[in-house]
Design a protein around this ligand. Structure first.
Ligand code: GDP
Ligand code: MG
Length: 302
């Protein structure tokens, strides 16, 4: 293995920018999929992950930040704090702007928030929509944006035309810390869809099982694959702590797993508005609730 010359890089990238600058379009362009835009439950996203891009030598985990507002009320203040927190916990900030216009008040506000971070984060200034302006105007606007955010390295792109997307990906990857990948390679779909599917399966188990078993159940999504625009294929494992629990969860001739699966499938279909093919397995993992590695694997620690 050539690990000396090819160090893997992985990290969390906060995607920031005022509304309409093209954040969703860019995330989709980066991921090469539509998933980020059509995620039906934006409010429930616990970890704010917008998508994961796994490359030969890097894994880029894109994080959504909440919209930044002029804090006229408590909620606005709270959201600004939340945006700052997401950014501080990231390895890199992507500051997206609309390069066809000069910076406006909201851009300034957001840039101010970045400048005032207690723990500064390196970043890239993404000048999007370059296709809408001539080169002179682009230069002029770039200078104006750079003067409000001098520490971020600028790059001009067009998310809709796919211009410079590859350069941007390389710039992002090169600025991430050396880390092994955080997620398995196949996990290209939005993680929060997986998380929600896991929650729904767990809920289905809670509905159908006797009181003592459910608290010992953890759900891991092993595969979450888009089959076409109408449906997805999901494989999941239900972990229990004891053989006796496994027998209960499987039920007579698999009847219980079938009930749980049918119920969970309906719920996931109802939430996502598309057809789901769901396959469940049951496995014993002794004492998983006290096992750091298993907890991490199951996403209880981040
Ligand atoms: P968001 O609010 O930041 O997520 O912005 P969206 O991704 O929803 O994009 C807002 C609008 O800008 C949409 O109509 C996009 O089609 C458009 N847009 C995004 N990127 C580009 C670009 O590179 N060039 C042009 N011309 N339009 C773009
Ligand atoms: Mg958007």
């Amino acid at each position: 293995m050539d690990t000396l010359n090819h160090k893997f890089r992985a990290g969390f990238v906060a995607v920031m920018g005022r509304p309409n600058v093209g954040k969703s379009t860019l995330i989709n362009a980066l991921l090469g999929t539509k998933i980020a835009a059509v995620s039906p439950w934006p409010q429930t996203t616990r970890k704010r992950q917008a998508g994961i891009l796994t490359l030969e030598e890097a894994q880029i985990i894109l994080m959504d930040t909440p919209g930044v507002h002029q804090p006229l009320h408590k909620l606005g203040e709270h959201m600004n704090e939340e945006a700052a927190r997401v950014l501080e916990e990231s390895d890199l900030g992507l500051f997206i702007v609309d390069a066809s216009q000069p910076p406006n008040e909201e851009d300034q506000l957001l840039a101010g928030l970045v400048r005032e971070l207690a723990h500064p984060v390196p970043g890239i200034l993404v000048l999007n929509k370059q296709d809408l302006v001539d080169p002179e105007t682009l230069d002029d606007h770039r200078e104006q944006y750079q003067s409000v955010l001098p520490q971020f390295e600028p790059i001009s792109i067009s998310a809709t035309q796919g211009e410079n997307i590859q350069d941007l990906i390389e710039a992002i990857a090169s600025k991430l810390p050396e880390n092994p990948p955080f997620y398995p390679e196949d996990q290209l779909t939005d993680t929060f869809e997986r998380d929600i599917a896991a929650d729904l399966i767990r809920e289905a188990a809670l509905m159908h099982l006797r009181a003592e078993v459910p608290h010992s159940i953890a759900v891991r999504i092993d595969e979450y694959r888009e089959q076409n625009e109408h449906g997805a294929y999901i494989e999941a494992t239900l972990f229990v702590e004891r053989e006796s629990q496994k027998a209960i969860v499987i039920g007579q001739g698999g009847s219980m797993t079938k009930k749980i699966g049918t119920y969970a499938r309906h719920e996931i279909e109802r939430m996502s508005g598309r057809k789901i093919f769901l396959r469940l397995r049951v496995k014993v993992r002794k004492n998983w609730r006290n096992d750091e590695k298993t907890l991490h694997l199951l996403g209880f620690q981040s």
